[in-house]
Every structure is written in structure tokens, then in C-alpha cells.
Ligand binder design. Structure first.
Ligand SMILES: *[C@@H]1O[C@H](CO)[C@@H](O)[C@H](O)[C@H]1NC(C)=O
Ligand SMILES: *[C@@H]1O[C@H](CO)[C@@H](O)[C@H](O)[C@H]1NC(C)=O
Ligand SMILES: *[C@@H]1O[C@H](CO)[C@@H](O)[C@H](O)[C@H]1NC(C)=O
Length: 498
């Protein structure tokens, strides 16, 4: 079988020495960008080149980490159906993104790829994908739907000629050529004219883009950003305004459809951190859900302050925090207890309201069930590129409370949710955004909104339904796929005319 032979040839050739970088054939005008599924398994990446009489082909080679996954993929692959609708165009888009990592860019990239795949006419262009921009996570890959995995493998194997290919570098600009950390560069061989055009897809969570990133953006033919907020902040920071194009992000309203799921048992997967000292036994009552990486930007401190000041054990409410580590250890329960002590939140006679932490990995396919188990979604973030969990919650018809700044301003309104007022802008004190500004959402206004969602449930349901309607209308995959395909077609036409 082709797969096993290619696997074994790759296995044996991965013993080869990596090529001497100084001898990289930058100027090939013709070669086939060829792909293999093996990128899924691997930790070490070696670029190497082979030459035939007809063309020079570049193959990405890797070293195996586990045989078990290899066997799994092999069986998956032999079952996959071959596509009946073969595209009849040589035009191609190479989409490079952190496909095999969890995180914002990854889920965004998947949503584009899936939207384009399901909605693109085969005569427009073909798509091939490559992992780039972040570390690979086997756990994340395993959590993807089987259909998605099969499609990924199929797309990864699509071969494209660079001179007929537009590259999309979908990641933070630090990963673009030459990358500031170890990753496959994008575009793969720099900006030397092999590819028809290169598009940078990126976003930012503060009020500006740093100088280094501005320069990287300006090397691109286009810079795609998700919101008006970014168009303004990128241009203000010095990115060439003729290159900046707003391309919103799709949300899979078919997958995130509240009618299709039973709720997940949250108590089963969550760890109780606060509350439960009073005797109740009445079930959870009203459930707030928040989903975020544990970092200051996400405003977990604002959320806990508002929640613990507004509610007590007497209120029939629970707050579930689905979180994971971001440059920190994972002991979130302790962090919350420490924060409560530090802030001097006294436990009243009625006890604390319930706070649960979910720090297990929730597979992509289980996310809708998680939202389904909540009554409202809340994220008092200090800044978002887009705010993926927010739109997913909206697609699931949940009433959402989120900060009225940055990404969410593109879709969150008084009609479809609860935009949270920003009290002031504050300076980012640490990390790579140091010195930038972001939003400080109002704790008092958050208390008011959380209370309102609980006490006016009918109103909240109306907004939740409107939220889903707006997601379907504005960000359904077929809607956004058309926008993306039109932009790409336009660039092909421009380049051909020249
Ligand atoms: C790209 O290169 C190949 C091989 O040299 C050639 O056959 C093809 O016509 C080229 N395509 C374009 C659009 O120039
Ligand atoms: C590709 O197929 C479509 C119909 O699916 C047709 O309209 C188009 O002309 C074809 N293009 C080429 C280059 O053959
Ligand atoms: C949200 O912010 C926009 C400006 O970005 C403003 O026009 C709107 O009134 C704000 N809404 C609320 C509820 O604060």
C-alpha cells in the first residue's frame, strides 16, 4: 500500500542528516510541495530535499515518537474514502497554522479549513495544510472528530506547485519567516517570489501591535484580521492600510447547535473549590460557565470578585471555570482559595456560592455538551483577538456577558447579549505585551449583569436565541467561506493579470 511504503521510506530516511542550510535551493521555480500525514506523530522536524529529473520535491520528514499512534493513523487512513469530486484547477492555497495545538489560532484555522472544504466549489482552488506556529499536542489531535482527522490527512497530502499557490500564514507574526522561535517557517522559504502571494492572518489582544510585528506584517501581500477593532489598531500601529483586510471568523453553527445535545454532567467532571458548606441538596441551580486559559488577560480575578460579592450560598448559583495552564502550574483550586484569602472575601452565614474548576482536557467534540450544561456564559476579559468561546456559547443560545472591548465588539450587542462596560484602560505590566494598554472591565457592572441574567431568565433566553440567530446569519461557515474564497480569488486574478 502506498501509505506503508511511504511510511517506511520516511522512517528510514529520517535517519538522514538534515540539509546544510546554506545550500538550501531558494530559487527553484518548479517543485512540488509535497506533504505526508506523518507530521501528526512527530516531535523532531527535519527539512530535506530530493531531486528527480522532472521536478525537485521538498518533503517534510519527521521522527516517530510512538508506534501506537502510528498504527492508529494507518488504520484510519486505510479506511478513508477517496474524494469523488476532484478539483480541476491547479490553483492552490497552502494554509499554515497551529493545526495540531490547542488554542485560539488552531481552532480558528480549523474553522476556516472546514468551512472552505465544505463550501468551496472544486473549480476555485485546492487547499493543502501544514502545521506551523506552535507545539503539537497528541491529546488535541485525539480529541478531534474522526471526519476532521481524515480530512486533515487528505488535505495535508494535497500537492501544490509554489508558483500556483497562495500561502496563508495563520499565526502570531513572531512565527513568520524568519521565525523567532523554533517552528516550520511561513512562508517556508522566505519572501523570495516562489509563491504567488503570501497572506498573514493574525490578531492581537491589546490596543496596539509592536514594531517588530508591524514590520513582519508589512512584508505580507495582505494582512487579514478578524475585526474592525484590529483594522484600526493595526493601521494605527503602522501596518500599511492597503494591506489590511477584515475577515471575520466562522463558528460552526451546525456543531454548536443546542438542539443536538444533552448536557454534560458538570459536577462529575468539575472539582469543587468553594461553596457547599450549607446544606442544600437541591442540585446546582443556575449555572454560569467561563472558559479561558489561566492568565491575567482573561479577567478571572474580575469574575471571582464580582461573583463572590454578588452571590452567597443562599443564591442557587454555581460558577464553573473550564481552564488550563498558561505559563503557570495547574493548581487552580489553590490559586482561587489564595485569591479569596488575599481579597479578604469573608464567608457569610450562608456560605460561599459554588465555584468549580474543570481542568481536564475537554475534547473538541464534547464542547457543545459543556455549553449545553450551562445557563449563561461569562468572560470579563481584558482583551480578545476574537473570543472563540464567546461565539460558541452564543451559537449554543446561551446568554453571554463579555467585555465590550476588542474582539467581542465585532459581534456582541445589547440585543444578543450583555456587553460589559469598560471602566478604564490599564497598562499591561508583564509578559510580551508589557507597556500596551488593555481594558479593565467594571466589577460592579459585572455584578449587575450576572444578577440580571439570574433574576430575569426570560429576557436572558430572548438574548440567547438572538445570539444564535446572529451567529448563523453573520458567521456560519458558508457565509465566511464565501468571503475568504472571494478574497483569495481576487488575489489569484490580480497575480495572473500581471
Ligand atoms: C508553474 O511551473 C510549472 C512547472 O515549471 C509550469 O508548468 C506551470 O505552467 C507554472 N504555472 C504558472 C501559473 O506559471
Ligand atoms: C472545472 O470544472 C467546472 C465545473 O465543475 C467548470 O465550470 C470549469 O470550466 C472547469 N475548469 C477547468 C479549468 O477545466
Ligand atoms: C460598547 O462599545 C461601543 C464602542 O466600541 C459603544 O458604541 C457601545 O455603546 C458600548 N456598549 C455598551 C453596552 O457599553
Amino acid at each position: 500500500m502506498f501509505l506503508s511504503s511511504s511510511l517506511s521510506s520516511l522512517c528510514s530516511s529520517s535517519m538522514d542528516q538534515p540539509p546544510d542550510r546554506s545550500k538550501r535551493p531558494w530559487t527553484f521555480s518548479t517543485f512540488v510541495y509535497s506533504s505526508s500525514i506523518l507530521f501528526l506523530l512527530l516531535s523532531i522536524l527535519i527539512l530535506s530535499f530530493t531531486t528527480t529529473d522532472l521536478y525537485k520535491s521538498q518533503t517534510l520528514r519527521f521522527t516517530f515518537t510512538t508506534n501506537r499512534i502510528y498504527t492508529y493513523l494507518q488504520s484510519l487512513f486505510s479506511n478513508s474514502n477517496s474524494k469523488s469530486e476532484t478539483p480541476n484547477t491547479s490553483h492552490c492555497v497552502l494554509w499554515m497554522a497551529p493545526f495540531l495545538s490547542s488554542g485560539g489560532y488552531s481552532s480558528e484555522a480549523w474553522s476556516y479549513i472546514l468551512s472552505l472544504h465544505h463550501n468551496l466549489k472544486p473549480s476555485k482552488f485546492r487547499i493543502t495544510i501544514e502545521h506551523h506556529g506552535d507545539l503539537q499536542s497528541i491529546e488535541f489531535w485525539n480529541g478531534l472528530a474522526t471526519e476532521t482527522k481524515e480530512l486533515a490527512i487528505e488535505m495535508h497530502r494535497t500537492e501544490c506547485r509554489p508558483n500556483e499557490t497562495i500561502v496563508v500564514c495563520h499565526s502570531e507574526p513572531g512565527a513568520w519567516y524568519p521565525p523567532l522561535f523554533e517552528t516550520l517557517p511561513c512562508p517556508p522559504y522566505g519572501y523570495y517570489g516562489d509563491f504567488m502571494a503570501v497572506i498573514g492572518r493574525t490578531m492581537f489582544e491589546t490596543d496596539r501591535v509592536n514594531h517588530e510585528h508591524v514590520e513582519r506584517c508589512n512584508k505580507m501581500d495582505r494582512v487579514w484580521v478578524p475585526t474592525e477593532f484590529h483594522v484600526a489598531s493595526f493601521v494605527k500601529s503602522g501596518v500599511d492600510s492597503s494591506k489590511v483586510v477584515k475577515i471575520v471568523q466562522p463558528v460552526d453553527v451546525e456543531v454548536f447547535d443546542p438542539l443536538k445535545y444533552e448536557p454534560l454532567d458538570l459536577v462529575e467532571i468539575g472539582d469543587l473549590v468553594l461553596g457547599g458548606s450549607g446544606v442544600r441538596g437541591l442540585g446546582l441551580g443556575f449555572v454560569f460557565l467561563s472558559v479561558f486559559k489561566w492568565e491575567k488577560r482573561k479577567g478571572w480575578d474580575v469574575l471571582l470578585k464580582a461573583y463572590l460579592r454578588e452571590f452567597s450560598g443562599e443564591d442557587n448559583v454555581a460558577l464553573f471555570l473550564l481552564t488550563n495552564a498558561y505559563h503557570s502550574d495547574g493548581n487552580f483550586g489553590n490559586k482561587i482559595v489564595d485569591f479569596v484569602k488575599e481579597m479578604n472575601f469573608k464567608e457569610g452565614a450562608d456560605g460561599y456560592p459554588f465555584v468549580y474548576v474543570i481542568d481536564k482536557h475537554i475534547a473538541q467534540v464534547d464542547l457543545p455538551l459543556l455549553y449545553k450544561a450551562a445557563d449563561a456564559f461569562v468572560l470579563p476579559t481584558r482583551g480578545e483577538g476574537w473570543g472563540r468561546p464567546i461565539v460558541e456559547a452564543m451559537a449554543m443560545s446561551l446568554p453571554v456577558i463579555a467585555t465590550n472591548w476588542s474582539g467581542p465588539t465585532e459581534y456582541l450587542t445589547e440585543e444578543n447579549g450583555y456587553p460589559l462596560v469598560v471602566e478604564e484602560m490599564s497598562e499591561v505590566k508583564e509578559g510580551p505585551f508589557e507597556g500596551h494598554q488593555w481594558a479593565e472591565p467594571s466589577v460592579d457592572k459585572l455584578r449587575v449583569l450576572m444578577r440580571r441574567v439570574v433574576s430575569e431568565p426570560d429576557d436572558a433566553k430572548v438574548k440567547g436565541r438572538r445570539g444564535r440567530e446572529d451567529m448563523v446569519k453573520q458567521f456560519a461557515p458558508e457565509v465566511v467561506a464565501k468571503v475568504v474564497a472571494d478574497q483569495i480569488e481576487r488575489i489569484f486574478e490580480e497575480k495572473i493579470r500581471r
